[in-house]
Design a protein around this ligand. Structure first.
Ligand code: A3P
Length: 299
């Protein structure tokens, strides 16, 4: 959809319970605009590590793994992921984090502070099958009420079909905009920022062999560990163990709560749950759009 104002109107009419505005050519929740703007100006440390994801790609999982790699042991962090959320925390909150900071963001490279690319920070980019991301995001937005949403309703109250329709038009509430634009920009960082090296990880590869992917990330970070520690981290960060640790052992300050009875950020943690949501026709429509946008078939 070309016209972003029309997309914002359509999203609100289809069930997004948010005041949506157009900022910098993208539809954004009004309460996020200043946060997105200020994130661009934040000071960067040379040893900062950035975890970049489109929402619902396994951010909580990977962030915990990265913290364990840096600590050199399978010990859970004190806080939830959102304690280090670039576009949600204030400058002062991020300043308080100890180096090396492991900061996560859903912003596009162009929305992030420029010094990341010139200082040569470490960037880990995780992506997941788009249909699973979409189902996971729909499940989140239908259950979560953000503290800073003035309307104090779940972010989305439309149907699955409405949600899919909006996604294909380029709207999901992600501050980076369209899933396709995000994937394309992230995969061309080394061209845009000459020679910048990103560590790209697939959610599905983490599911298949997490210890192997942990090792790859540790080596990229220049922090190799004994093989046994990779296995320990993989086990501590399994879906069941990490869910339990987040819900029962962590300080809950930065846990953005969900409606009672919902499974929260740790819902199913599986590959292929999209098959329980998409009809055959919806899936075919999605595949066609994916192929058009990404210039390759969805595997
Ligand atoms: P589902 O909703 O499909 O279950 P994010 O952290 O980016 O918000 O992503 C959340 C998704 O990652 C959820 O997907 C969640 O269940 C899944 N997830 C979280 N921890 C996981 C783990 N240890 N292993 C596999 N999947 C995990």
């Amino acid at each position: 959809m070309e016209n972003m104002s029309a997309l914002a109107e359509k999203a609100m009419a289809s069930g997004f319970n948010l005041d949506l505005v157009v900022h910098d050519g993208l539809v954004q929740a009004k309460f996020m605009v200043d946060k997105i703007k200020r994130a661009k100006t934040f000071a960067i440390r040379e040893d900062d590590i950035f975890l970049c994801t489109y929402p619902k790609s396994g951010t909580h999982w990977t962030w915990e793994i990265l913290n364990m790699i840096v600590a050199g042991k399978a010990e859970y962090t004190k806080h939830w992921l959102n304690s280090a959320y670039l576009e949600s925390r204030t400058k002062e909150e991020l300043e308080k984090l100890e180096s090396p900071r492991i900061i996560h963001t859903h912003l596009l490279p162009s929305q992030m502070p420029d010094a990341i690319w010139t200082n040569g920070c470490k960037v880990i980019y995780v992506h997941r099958h788009p249909k699973d991301c979409l189902v996971s995001f729909f499940s989140q937005l239908s259950k979560q009420i953000w503290e800073d949403n003035p309307l104090q309703k779940t972010a989305f109250s439309g149907s699955w079909a409405d949600y899919l329709d909006l996604f294909l038009d380029g709207y999901t509430l992600a501050p980076c905009g369209s899933y396709f634009t995000y994937r394309l920009q992230m995969s061309t960082i080394s061209d845009t920022y000459k020679g910048f090296e990103v560590c790209t990880v697939r959610y599905e590869d983490m599911k298949a062999d997490c210890a192997r992917e942990i090792k790859r990330m540790a080596e990229y970070l220049g922090r190799p560990l004994p093989e046994q520690i990779y296995r320990d981290i993989s086990e501590a960060c399994s879906f069941k163990n990490l869910k339990n640790a987040c819900e029962t052992m962590k300080d809950q300050t930065y846990h953005y709560k969900w409606q009672d009875g919902s499974s929260g950020y740790f819902r199913k943690g599986e590959c292929g749950d999209w098959k329980n949501f998409f009809t055959v026709a919806q899936s075919e429509r999605f595949d066609k759009m994916y192929e058009e946008k990404m210039q390759s078939p969805l595997l």
